[in-house]
Design a protein around this ligand. Sequence first.
Ligand code: PGA
Length: 259
Amino acid sequence: MDKKLIVANWKNHPNSLAEAQQILDFIDEYLGSTESRFSNIGLVFCPPFVFIEEVAKILKTSHLVSQSELGAQDIFWDDSGSSTGEISGPMLTKLGVRYVIIGHSERRWKLNESNEIVNKKLRVALRNELVPIVCIGEKTRDDNFREFVKEQLIATFNGLFTDEISRCIIAYEPVWAISTNQGSRPDTPESANESLKIIENTLIRDCKLEIRNLPKILYGGSITSANAKDFLHNDKFDGVLVGGASVNKEEFIKILSQA
Ligand code: PGA
């Protein structure tokens, strides 16, 4: 069985490198005391860009070295050029980054990142041999949500070869379930399974993937120690994408202990 993936999306936290170090030291200590129990999970840390280099160094000198990898929270769609403020694929790979979150709902909805932009970022990530963690999810769970998820998925992967789509990881993150959104509540595995079926059917029927080549699918949205087990022990999901709870060190190790 493949390892379950736990992706820590730190968003724009913590405020300092010292705090980042504290979080990682805490997890390191915990893993050091219980290492053998965690052979079934892979961890991906996605810190803000400014901490990536130092986090890479910390990971290399801790118990996390054997089971964690580095991720970025975004990427620019050109490898170089006049794009003030942007971070390119080659910059990320040189820092040892292996994964990159693309199309997070906070970028899609707050920064108007369109499916076309997400698609361009996906292409550049793949060209740079990064593994895109592509976020998909409806804003509201209304009568149109099935159609919305299907259309967002098709537009996001528009024009990509099937083998390129297979190399991605999809994070199903309903926007209404993200902890910082007003009135949020986590999705249940049963209802997330329904969305997962829509995603799989769309990948097979519209994107022409074969069942055996479907990408890994994670669930994200208000994952805490109270529900992590429901998703991590659900064979439909390949892991979880954790936001707010991933920078709360006590809570994060409780999540790890559910794996
Ligand atoms: P959350 O965030 O776990 O705080 O809901 C998840 C995400 O936005 O990736």
